[in-house]
Design a protein around this ligand. Sequence first.
Ligand code: ZN
Length: 301
Amino acid sequence: MKWLLVLALAAWSSVAAAAPVKVMILDGASAAAYHDWKRTSQIMKRELDETGLFAVTVVSAPPADGDFSNFHPDFAAYRSVVLNYDAQDWPAPLKAEFEAYVRNGGGLVVVHAADNAFPDWVAFNEMTGLGGWRGRDAPAGPRWYFQDGKLTSDSAPGAAGQHGLRKPFQVIVRAPEHPILRGLPRAWMHAGDELYSRLRGPGKNMTVLATAYSDPANRGSGFDEPMLMTLGWGKGRVFHTTMGHDAPALACVGFAVTFQRGTEWAATGRVTQRVPASFPTADTVSFRPDWAALGDLPPPK
Ligand code: ZN
């Protein structure tokens, strides 16, 4: 009988290992009408689904001026929450539920304008590390950027958040041994996207994984700005990508792969995914093969 038990245990453990990682994409509002969150959430879901690792549920919060009294997502049922969401504030009980989720080890993925959200929620700004717009200035924390190869901060006052026209730009890897970036080229071209600069925040427990040069010729700061970050908050892991303005930006293989890997890392602390051969190079943008299926998009350029 002993071998039967061993077989049963082996079967159970292989099933357990293959159990999908539950991920919630949280959307429902954007302070900026040009962030088409319904569309970008569907693309994010597709990108996570195709890894075969995740079971993804899209949860839409009430509109910013809506009734939140019955909105209490079961955060603890998920290993990672992806925020594709930008609202001004939440009721205190909902904020407490979300804080408890991250404090107890829940993963958090912050995509693009989600770092504009909740300018006055201290814990949220500690989780994201950096944010922009919505009135942020010196009290939000210093500006953070790379200078002479090192993470540097500047607490001089000034509005937080700026970007130029959406053009392709080169992403420079700063932490090549981090699980999210292991095996990726040290430099790669991201498709046309908003290159966020002059973000401010507490920057506590923050590791900048990758930067991009913000060109003053395109309303940039002249600094190497944080593009990908990881943070710790309580027992929770946070992955923050400032990229991902719209569908064309999400159709970049570089966005998709770092998003897929970052979500796995936030959820589990590990990355098991291979880097696809189609990953962009230091001088060439690479679009996903499902570009056309993403809808009525203009041809990639
Ligand atoms: Zn944007």
